[in-house]
Design a protein around this ligand. Structure first.
Ligand code: GLN
Length: 256
């Protein structure tokens, strides 16, 4: 892992990470995604910082390079979906259109879509940043997830994580799946698709946390975010520990 020389970017290059609702939408190790982005930026000589975007008006969202939106139970989603619409929607839409990257997991993923409907029929309107809808079923989908990603050039092409959700998500015409399900339930347990990728927005059901065991996806987000200012080429890191963990989960998933 050690320090690596920086590609062709000056050491003072900043990387701002915007963490949506860290107090309420943060489960199954989601915080690990923030730590991974911070560390992988630091190891490239970048100057990363985290902006916490809790409930209420949020300033400076235009400065954010990578947004992270974690998961939450129905109760937590009910506490934030109005705030998301009122105080975050416009800035998120503008930032994503301007090249900022958005990674949303599970409950966060659901609320970036058109709506999330609980198993009791209660509907939480989303912000329609991605063309997906979610309706919960009675049975929760819990366990390891392994997907073959649709992201071109991602190496390895697999992504792994852990899912625990009642929501069944269906993609509209504008949204592509993040990958094909090799193990687990994914979006809805029937169409063998997992997650969603639409422009600069990635949604997924993979907790775990996701990025520590998928460093290639973390670099994908950092590199794309930096491309707004510099060429975004990242110097390689020694990811042997991360990829060993990735490989181990792959094998375990195949055994089960
Ligand atoms: N409450 C949502 C569901 O059950 C999301 C759960 C989560 O974020 N893990 O599907």
């Amino acid at each position: 892992m050690g320090a690596a020389i920086l590609g062709n970017m000056s050491g003072s290059e900043k990387l701002t990470i915007g963490w949506l609702y860290p107090d309420l939408m943060n489960m199954y190790g989601d915080r690990g995604n923030i730590l991974t982005l911070l560390k992988r930026a630091e190891w490239r000589g970048l100057t990363p910082n985290v902006v916490e975007l809790g409930r209420g008006p949020a300033a400076n969202m235009e400065d954010v390079d990578v947004f992270f939106f974690g998961g939450g139970q129905d109760r937590e989603q009910a506490l934030i979906y109005d705030d998301l619409k009122q105080f975050k929607r416009e800035s998120l839409q503008k930032a994503a259109a301007d090249g900022a990257q958005v990674l949303a997991v599970c409950g966060g993923y659901q609320l970036l879509g058109h709506y999330y409907q609980t198993a009791d029929g209660e509907r939480y309107n989303g912000i329609g940043l991605i063309d997906v809808i979610t309706e919960a079923g009675r049975k929760r989908f819990i366990g390891d997830v392994v997907i073959e990603s649709t992201i071109e050039g991602l190496n390895p092409s697999t992504l792994i994580g852990f899912e625990n959700h009642s929501g069944r998500t269906f993609l509209g015409a504008k949204a592509e799946p993040l990958g094909k399900v090799l193990k687990g339930k994914g979006n809805n347990g029937s169409d063998r698709r997992e997650g969603c990728i639409q422009g600069n927005v990635i949604g997924t059901y993979m907790h775990g946390s996701l990025l520590p065991k998928n460093p290639h996806l973390a670099d994908y987000l950092i590199s794309r975010a930096l491309k707004r200012r510099v060429d975004g080429a990242l110097s390689p890191l020694d990811d042997s520990a991360e990829l060993a963990a990735h490989g181990w989960i792959l094998q375990r998933a195949q055994r089960r």
